[in-house]
Design a protein around this ligand. Structure first.
Ligand SMILES: C[S@@+](CC[C@H](N)C(=O)[O-])C[C@H]1O[C@@H](n2cnc3c(N)ncnc32)[C@H](O)[C@@H]1O
Length: 172
């Protein structure tokens, strides 16, 4: 009986632990398919040694692809504890952990000064908030690739209608 009680409490806790970030940020995990991930990185013109940030990195697939196929330094930010753990595991087993860092935290508070490329697959209201952060923190020439949602007051340098991807270049 005691065992069942503990099991129930743990299950309940884990359930809410998983949902907790969504109460505040409301963005579910929907992984970008790998074909589109490759197109995102191609559009960003990512070069070896450059620094890529994936804001809301989910299971870390963009990070691993950037490190493996472009030899870039990749940083992911993830608020959902389970996805953070999944990303850590994925990075560990990819064999590219030396070039990838995953931060457990809120993408709105992570500084972006060192980023050459930022990838986002969020929601329009989050993109709207991020515009000011990008203006403040990104260096000139930094590239942003957004899947689905625009940066409402920025003009895209490229729009790929087949993949629904927007490329922005800071200062252009
Ligand atoms: C649509 S998924 C995209 C995942 C990954 N970038 C990809 O393309 O496969 C959005 C991710 O952003 C995360 N997220 C939402 N709000 C966040 C926040 N404020 N800080 C960090 N991560 C956040 C969610 O947990 C989710 O994993």
């Amino acid at each position: 009986m005691l065992f069942l009680g503990v099991l129930f409490s743990v299950t309940l806790f884990l359930f809410f632990f998983w949902l907790f970030p969504l109460f505040f940020h409301g963005i579910p995990w929907q992984p970008t398919d790998m074909k589109r991930v490759r197109r995102m990185l191609e559009m960003s013109d990512l070069k070896p040694g450059e620094v890529l940030y994936d804001l809301g990195c989910g299971d870390g697939r963009i990070l691993v692809c950037a490190a493996r196929e472009y030899r870039a330094q990749a940083v992911g930010v993830e608020l959902n504890p389970w996805l953070y753990l999944l990303a850590i595991l994925r990075v560990f087993f990819s064999g590219h952990a030396s070039r990838v860092r995953v931060i457990f935290g809120n993408l709105h508070t992570v500084p972006l000064y060192e980023a050459d490329v930022v990838t986002i697959f969020l929601f329009s209201h989050v993109n709207e908030l991020l515009q000011e952060k990008f203006r403040r923190e990104l260096k000139e020439g930094a590239r942003i690739v957004s899947y689905v949602w625009k940066l409402p007051s920025w003009v895209p340098a490229v729009f790929d209608s087949e993949y629904n991807l927007y490329l922005y270049v800071k200062g252009k």
